[in-house]
Each structure stands twice: as structure tokens, then as C-alpha cells.
Design a binder for this molecule. Sequence first.
Ligand SMILES: [Zn+2]
Length: 160
Amino acid sequence: MTEDEKFMKAALVQAKKAAAIDEVPIGCVIVYEGKIIARGYNKRNKEKNTLSHAEMNAIRKASKYLGDWRLEGCTMYITLEPCPMCAGAIVQARVDRVVIGSMNAKAGCAGSVLNVLQEKRFNHQVEMTKDVLHDECSSMLSGFFRELRERRKKEKEKCI
Ligand SMILES: [Zn+2]
């Protein structure tokens, strides 16, 4: 297993924590000097907070750990391509590198809809690696939505 795969596995563990509380399973870890310094997962429903995406939660923790809003020298591992908000925060935090599991054609801002991470007109560009443990990352999401649909269908049938 490569170093990137090892840390993506850790991000997948975070995504599973989100799934366990019925949140869309997206997970993230931030690595500094070869060590995980922050973890995060999606808690949007639990916290009733738009800002509570995996990446935002991890960025908050990493800043606390480093005592700096700048996350220079950090690599972020995310199971899904970041949304506009998180991609913006990644650029603002000056994260060096982002490793992505699966892409998000509908909302991704690391190349799918926009490429906020590598926009040359901004003062910081993020190095990027895609498709690390792609199958595991994408099947975690598709499995979650399939179960959700089945559960909703069953609930509907109960009502009739
Ligand atoms: Zn986001």
C-alpha cells in the first residue's frame, strides 16, 4: 500500500463515522510531517450547520494543532472532491496538496464544475492527486444512497 492509500484509508474510516450517524459519508484527514494531525467527517445534519463538512471540521482542528490558520506543509486526504466552500477554505488555508478519492461531477471544485484549487488568478494553487482508492471511496457513497432509497421505499410502503 502506498503512503497516499494508507492515509486515504484513514479518511475512509472518518467517512464511515458519518454513515454511522446517517450523514452522507464523506471523510477527511490532514497530514503534516508524515503524521495525521486532524480528522473530520460530515456532520451537517447532526450539527444543523451548513459549514460542518468533513474538510471544514478537519481544517479547524489542524489550525488548532498547528496554532496557525496557515496549513502550509499539509496534505489533505478527502474521500470526495471538495465543494466550492471547502475548496475555497483549502486555498485560504494554503494547504500544499490535496489527495482525492472520487470525483463529484455535480458539485466538485477540484476540476469537475470548477477548479478552484488550481485557479491561477488566486494567490495560491494546490497540488492535486486524484483517484486514490477510487473504488472504495465511490462505492461508499453509492452504497449509502442505495440504502437510503431502499429505506425510504420501505417507509412509504408501510404508510400504504
Ligand atoms: Zn464541502
